[in-house]
Design a protein around this ligand. Structure first.
Ligand SMILES: [Zn+2]
Ligand SMILES: [Zn+2]
Length: 746
């Protein structure tokens, strides 16, 4: 007969807000274990006493709830205490280090309940359970318990309290538990903020049916929504929001409806229908009744399914898809209060579907796409962020990394964790910079730290760099493109020397010029820039970033005389008046407002101009996206290029493109092949090194598909859990500090 044993078990990872304690409870009962489980700021601790402790511990590791993740588990013999039963105890407060639980889409069990007329939560817009519902967005401070969430304002009714305390219930310790009696309430507001009498859902549906625009309070902020098959509604939204062509995401009522508008593979479908339900960018079908204004000039579409009970209720009454885009101004952070919508978007919306469950932490929808069956994270949001990486050994000092300027996000190094924040937005406005600073405060509060070391971008004018310097603490600048490579290394825990390609928009180079097409030999302690694009002039500075025809023109000036340029048959030349070309030539010749850049992102834009795809941009990355649809994978011949002393000269390519006379398919396909060929040129020189990539250019699906095929498994590292764009710069900065601080190298 086996004897009783006593263990203290400490578990870290994603173990709060995922039904972990009820799971532990059930396993304890099943194995006849007495003791208790409780949340701590670090994770979960269990005291276990019984004859089947080994089987119990084994079950904890292997029967995990779907959304839980164990990063570490320590079992030590416990001092003898007689327990007579197994309990879930109150959480222990203290200094932080736990993985913050993530918001999850409505689960199927809750969906069935809200569809059941006999259930007391029939059509209840805030139904949730231990498997689903709000988490990060409602937490004030960890550990995750109702008293430290915005649900503390709602007192449970006796029926909810009974479920909450019944270990056999699906809602045992479901912190946001509520019902029609005791939970949050919907209201429908006009643009002055006055409540309109009537059923809020019906009022919202009526507005959507009549082509109006509503703001709807979701999990992490407000969405702007309108009828996606109504040209006039979508045009009105674009006009009011001053958003010319940047694609809008579309929410569908069901997967069946979604599949009549887009073509998706099994991997894409699994993400669209999974537990998170992010926005997934997929191939749009041609000839549908969707408004062509949703995603002008491109054949890709960001799609998602209703992920809260409230979204589902809307679709009970309407049979058309809805545009659903974050309520904000340009790329500022998403709005979380109806007062903000009323003050700043009253010219955009016609009505507001609001409720009184406070959003404490703003959170955008995550945006992902699939390339060759693998996830590419485009925007780190709901369900994915904040993301915690476990380090091999604990840090001596707490570190805060402040990221870049666009697609801002921060990262915190605390104890044995690196934590990457959700997408904040583009900095540079009062609202965005304010939200950025509030996110810093939130993270300090969440993890109860006051970081002693700050890391930031080298660019002295980024709001994040300015903030870092203003804190009067130890602070260090990390080169932007090196940080891209480090971010990928961080995700995979790489420490060895790698061959890194950082292909990006413009970033501040170590020599003060604008980099962005860099090839590096790097490790966690430093890098050597072994290759870069031959710098070209951005005629008019920032203006050239909006008008790629100006970059393309400077490439033409490098290759032809002014007279030759004037007589070229080229979409770039045709996009200017003759006197404009002469003026720009003068600027180019005399170096007036013509900063030079080695940016691969800008080269993509220039080629998009030379090929006649687009001459002036409405949003970042538009050039590459428009070319993507023309890439034919059977055309693999690269354009010619030369490499001299590490400088990659694409002059021969420019001449070849001109000779193709605007053949879009040839130009787009051969350009992608050229980028692939440049990378292969270096990969062949360093066959022993892992290949690491980073930067916004790698969001290009056509390019990624080629690279996966060329470099294959084993050697090729691409971020999947964190954004490959500037959204993970903070993670790269942090990874550098983690590896150098203790050794006094910073
Ligand atoms: Zn549920
Ligand atoms: Zn209730």
């Amino acid at each position: 007969m086996s004897v009783e044993s006593f263990y203290k078990i400490t578990i870290k990872g994603i173990v709060q807000g995922v039904g972990f304690r009820p799971f532990v409870y059930r396993e304890a009962i099943r194995h006849g274990i007495c003791g208790f489980v409780c949340n701590t700021p670090d994770g979960v601790i269990i005291e276990a006493q019984g004859k089947e402790c080994d089987a119990f511990i084994n079950a904890l590791q292997h029967n995990l709830p779907e959304r839980a993740r164990i990063d570490s588990m320590e079992c030590e013999p416990s001092s003898f205490t007689q327990f007579s039963d197994f309990q879930i105890r109150e959480s222990i407060l203290g200094d932080g280090g736990v993985a913050i639980p993530l918001d999850t889409a409505l689960c199927s069990a809750c969906q069935a309940e809200m569809d059941d007329p006999n259930n007391r939560r029939f059509r209840y817009p805030f139904i949730n359970c231990t498997d689903c519902g709000p988490r990060y967005t409602i937490i004030q401070t960890p550990p995750y318990d109702r008293v430290r969430t915005s649900m503390k304002h709602f007192t449970m009714c006796s029926e909810c309290a009974a479920e909450y305390t019944d270990p056999s219930s699906r809602r045992y310790h479901a912190e946001p538990i509520s019902c029609k009696e005791c939970g949050p309430k919907l209201t429908f507001l006009d643009i002055c903020g006055d409540e309109i009498v009537g059923d809020p859902i019906v009022l919202a549906v009526d507005m959507l049916k009549s082509g109006k625009i509503i703001a709807l309070k979701g999990l992490g902020g407000f969405h702007l929504m309108c009828n996606a098959i109504s040209d006039s509604a979508v045009a009105e939204l674009r006009l009011r929001k001053h958003r010319k062509a940047k694609p809008l995401a579309v929410m569908f009522g069901s997967i069946e409806q979604l599949e009549t508008y887009v073509s998706i593979n099994e991997v894409e479908k699994s993400h669209i229908t999974g537990a998170i339900k992010p926005i997934v960018i997929v191939d749009a079908l041609k000839g549908t009744n969707l408004s062509p204004q949703i995603a002008p000039y491109i054949d890709r579409l960001g799609v998602f399914l209703p992920y809260t009970p409230l979204h589902r209720l809307l679709f009970e009454h309407i049979d058309f898809p809805l545009v659903a885009t974050s309520a904000n101004i340009s790329d500022e952070p998403i709005m979380i209060r109806s007062s903000e919508v009323i003050n700043r978007l009253s010219h955009v919306v016609d009505g507001i579907l609001d409720h009184d469950r406070v959003i404490i932490n703003a959170l955008d929808d995550a945006v992902v796409q699939i390339a060759e069956g693998r996830l590419v994270m485009l925007r780190m949001g709901r369900g994915f962020a904040p993301h915690t990486f476990a380090l091999a050994s604990p840090l001596q000092n707490d570190i805060l990394a402040l990221g870049a300027h666009q697609k801002s996000a921060i990262a915190l190094g605390v104890k044995e964790n690196m934590i990457l924040s959700p997408h904040i937005g583009d900095l540079g406005s009062v609202e965005a910079d304010g939200y950025f600073e509030r996110t810093v405060q939130t993270f300090k509060r969440f993890y109860d730290v006051e970081p002693s070391v700050l890391v930031h971008d080298l660019h002295p004018q980024y709001a994040s760099s300015v903030f870092a310097v203003s804190q009067k603490k130890e602070h260090y600048g990390i080169q932007h493109h090196y940080a891209h490579i480090l971010a990928c290394m961080a995700e995979y825990g790489l420490c060895e020397r790698v061959l890194g390609f950082a292909y990006d928009g413009t970033g501040y180079g170590a020599d003060g010029s604008l980099w962005g097409g860099e090839v590096m030999i790097a490790d966690t302690h430093g890098y050597e820039r072994i290759g870069f694009l031959k710098p070209f002039a951005l005629l008019g500075g920032d203006k050239a970033i909006k008008e790629p025809r100006r970059i393309a023109l400077s490439l033409l000036f490098e290759n032809y005389t002014l007279d030759e340029v004037m007589s070229l048959k080229s979409p770039t030349v045709e996009a200017f008046l003759p006197h404009e070309i002469r003026t720009l030539h003068h600027m180019w010749l005399k170096n007036i407002n013509a900063p030079r850049s080695s940016s691969m992102g800008r080269l993509f834009d220039a080629v998009a101009s030379l090929g006649g795809f687009v001459q002036s941009l409405d949003y970042e990355g538009q050039g590459g996206m428009m070319m993507e649809s023309f890439v034919d994978d059977s055309i693999i011949e690269p354009f010619a290029f030369e490499v001299n002393d590490g400088m990659i000269d694409l002059s021969p390519m420019v001449r070849e493109i001109i000779s193709l006379e605007g053949d879009k398919t040839q130009i787009a396909s051969r350009f992608i092949s050229t980028v692939e060929a440049i990378m292969s040129y270096y990969a062949d020189q360093y066959p022993a090194l892992p290949i690491v990539v980073g930067g916004g250019v790698f969001q290009n699906r056509a390019l990624m598909a080629r690279l996966y095929r060329r470099f294959g498994e084993g050697r090729f590292y691409v971020q999947q859990q964190t954004p490959i764009n500037d959204g993970s710069i903070a993670l790269g900065q942090l990874y550098y500090a983690v590896h150098n601080m203790e050794k006094g190298r910073l």
